[in-house]
Structure formats: structure tokens, C-alpha cells
Design a protein around this ligand. Structure first.
Ligand SMILES: *Cc1c(COP(=O)(O)O)cnc(C)c1O
Length: 405
């Protein structure tokens, strides 16, 4: 499969922001001195020592700006946070032990007993569980809203609504939200906004620039990029920083220095990796769209995709995760297809260099009945292998399916 079969007219594969490659090479590094290491050193420490009690007291007044105690941060975690804040265009970033830790801290930063939160129904499933279990136990009510809601989200806002939580594109089925309209409605109602920005990375979407208060990443995915560490990061604007920092501290789910180092290392190659993930994914998505065994391809960069216009307006690229709906109505079709794949391995997560596949079951988990009539949905994480090999693997696995009726 050569470039001739590749992405076609009018579809942007990846449009890097000016200078992003140069910035990725330098973010998080100390400025100004000579003989500094290329990479911020990995400082593994619970304890930092002080000469006098006055020094200790001074450090305790600025615990997030230097080194005070390991759970608060080490020079390595601060370097990663500084890099992410710069890339996201935010006030500050806060590293966490996982994406879910970053998300739960954000929710608890803004929500109190008796409050109400609006969460998009296409949210990552462990976050749905956090709302339904933990938040419910704390007396916080969640409404899961339709991802296609724009300005009409105002109708769901109650006097006790404190936060609108977005994830765009949504987990598994990739719905792109009308962020502009939602942010406008939230601001008009005095409600905070947060978004899970994992799919886009800071290269393809920068939520803070769109007026969202808090942008969250599972760093485990593209930022670490090699499926060998768990990491989360929250970036805030100036108004929300203190609340989110306090919540992450109260929960104690700090990121380790080794993990932050892997996050920093991942950032150096983020643009070049994403260019490949993006191009291969779009090439395969376009090919799958014409395949008889595939009913629909759920990829925001395809003009046929319902949320395409929002993606085109707000994003400057598409990463390598998308889903397909198989044409077959055989309940075993997804199993047959997935088990026949050889290069795509079965496993949680995505954003690493290796291709992965998983069945999605939106009809089982969602609060709204939007996916009840759908066929088998299969999610594909397109890795850095040769696109021609991935295509051949998909082709032979689709061959195993009976003709669609
Ligand atoms: C994986 C994932 C998370 C959770 O991140 P972990 O690092 O696994 O805790 C959150 N949001 C999305 C969209 C994800 O894919």
C-alpha cells in the first residue's frame, strides 16, 4: 500500500503547530546554566534534607515549586509538570499516578455533598464507575448526557450543578463534542468545565485555549507511548489550580519520578510517533470504510463521521485510535474477527507503539439508549508497524466473517 492509497483530498492527517517539534525537544529542561544534562535527572526521593528549620519552613511555603517531600513532587515530577503546562498552554499541570487518579482528583476538586455533575455518556468506563459508586456514596449526583448536546446542555444545568465533564472524542465510539457551545453554556451558568483530552494529546487539541478550565490526560497512552508505565496529568487555568492541586494532594495518588521521566521521554518523540499513528490510522480507516464486512467506521477525520465538523473546527490532527462497526449481525462476529487477527493483539490501553484490538459494548454500559441497535463494535489502536502489514492482517481477519446479510 503506497502513498497513492493513502489519505485523500481535504482530510488533514496531522498538522503540527509551528515550532512544536523544537519545543518538544526542550520542554521541562532547566534554563540558563551550562553543563546541564539533556534530560532532567531522575530524582528518586521521599525526603529532602534542609540545613536549618528556617530553610525547611521556607520550602514548606512553596512546596510545589522546589523540593519538599516526595508525595508533593520531586524535581523530575516538576519538570514533567512544567513541560505539560507549556504544551497545553495552561497555568500549571499536576502529575498523578494514573489517568483515573487525575480524573477522580479533578471531580473531587469541584464536587461536594449535595452537588450535581454533568458527565458525557461516552465517558471512559472507569470514570462512569467512579461517578456511580464513589460520587454517589458521597451524596453527589451524576447525569450522563448525550455527547451530541451543544448549547442545549443548558437545559440540564441545575442550581447545584458544579461541573460539566467532557471527553472528546468519546471512549470507544469516538463522538466529538461541540466544546464551543458547551463552554459558552457553562460560563453563562457559572459552571466549571473539564475534559479528558487523552485522544488528541496537546498536539491536536488544547482545551485551555478553548476556555475549558481543566484538561486531563491519561499519560499512560501517547505521552508515555510505550505501554510500560501508568501516568496521569491535569492541566488547569489560574482559577482552578489551587482546588485541583489540593485534591490531588489530599488523595495522595502522586506520580512516581520514574514514571514522570518516562512521560518526559515520551514527549520528545510525541510528534513523530503521532504523525505515523495518524497517517496509518486514517489510511486504514478509509480503506475499511469501503469494505463489505464493515458497516461504519467511527473515525473523527472521516467526512462521513457525524462529529466530523466539530473535529475539523477544533482539532488540528487525529491520533491512531478508532472503531469499526461490523456489518455482520452474528453475535460471534466480533470474537471471530478479533481472534483471527495476528498483528493486532488483545489488550487494554492504547497509545503505545503496538497495535491493539478490543470489542466495545456501548449498549451494555451507557445510560442513554443511543447504541442499542448497533452491530458489533471493535476498537482498533493503530501502532507503528507498517500500515501495509496491518491492512493485510485486517483483511484476512475480515475474510473469516460470513457474508453480511
Ligand atoms: C486509559 C484512559 C483513561 C485512564 O487512564 P489510566 O492511566 O489507565 O488510569 C482515561 N481516559 C481515557 C480516554 C483513557 O483511554
Amino acid at each position: 500500500m503506497g502513498p497513492a492509497d493513502g489519505p485523500s483530498k481535504g482530510v488533514r492527517v496531522t498538522v503540527s503547530r509551528d515550532g512544536i517539534g523544537s519545543r518538544l525537544a526542550a520542554v521541562g529542561r532547566a534554563h540558563g546554566t551550562s553543563a546541564i544534562p539533556v534530560n532532567p535527572p531522575v530524582v528518586r526521593a521521599s525526603t529532602f534534607l534542609f540545613e536549618t528549620l528556617a530553610d525547611f519552613e521556607e520550602a514548606s511555603r512553596h512546596p510545589f515549586d522546589g523540593a519538599f517531600y516526595g508525595r508533593v513532587g520531586t524535581p523530575t515530577t516538576f519538570a514533567f509538570e512544567q513541560a505539560m503546562a507549556e504544551l497545553e498552554g495552561g497555568f500549571r499541570s499536576i502529575a498523578a499516578s494514573s489517568g483515573v487518579a487525575a480524573i477522580s482528583a479533578t471531580l473531587l476538586a469541584f464536587l461536594d455533598k449535595g452537588d450535581h455533575v454533568l458527565v458525557v455518556d461516552t465517558v471512559y468506563d472507569p470514570v462512569r464507575r467512579f461517578c456511580n459508586r464513589m460520587l454517589a456514596r458521597l451524596g453527589i449526583e451524576t447525569t450522563f448526557y448525550d455527547p451530541s448536546l451543544g448549547a442545549d446542555i443548558a437545559d440540564l444545568v441545575r442550581p447545584n450543578t458544579k461541573l460539566i465533564y467532557m471527553e472528546s472524542p468519546g471512549s470507544g465510539t469516538l463522538e466529538v463534542q461541540d466544546v464551543q457551545a458547551i463552554v459558552a453554556a457553562a460560563k453563562a451558568a457559572g459552571v466549571r468545565t473539564a475534559i479528558d483530552n487523552t485522544w488528541a494529546t496537546p498536539l491536536f487539541f488544547r482545551p485551555i485555549e478553548h476556555g475549558i478550565d481543566v484538561s486531563i490526560h491519561s499519560g499512560t497512552k501517547y505521552i508515555v507511548g510505550h505501554s510500560d508505565a501508568m501516568l496521569g496529568v491535569v492541566t488547569t487555568n489560574a482559577e482552578t489550580y489551587d482546588a485541583v492541586r489540593r485534591a490531588t494532594q489530599d488523595l495522595g495518588a502522586c506520580a512516581g519520578s520514574e514514571e514522570c521521566n518516562l512521560g518526559l521521554r515520551g514527549l520528545r518523540t510525541l510528534e513523530v510517533r503521532l504523525a505515523r499513528h495518524s497517517a496509518s490510522a486514517l489510511e486504514l480507516a478509509q480503506w475499511l470504510e469501503g469494505h463489505g464486512q464493515v458497516k461504519r467506521v467511527l473515525h473523527p477525520a472521516l467526512p462521513s463521521f457525524p462529529g466530523h465538523a466539530f473535529w475539523k473546527r477544533d482539532f488540528c490532527g487525529a491520533s491512531g485510535l478508532f472503531s469499526i462497526e461490523l456489518a455482520s449481525r452474528d453475535p460471534e462476529a466480533a470474537r471471530t474477527f478479533i481472534d483471527a487477527l495476528k498483528m493486532f493483539r488483545i489488550g487494554f490501553s492504547w497509545g503505545g507503539y503496538e497495535s491493539l484490538v478490543l470489542p466495545m459494548h456501548p449498549q451494555k454500559s451507557r445510560a442513554l439508549p443511543l447504541w442499542n441497535e448497533c452491530g458489533p463494535i471493535v476498537r482498533l489502536q493503530i501502532g507503528l508497524e507498517d500500515a501495509a502489514d496491518l491492512k493485510a492482517d485486517l483483511a484476512q481477519a475480515l475474510e473469516k466473517l460470513r457474508p453480511a446479510v
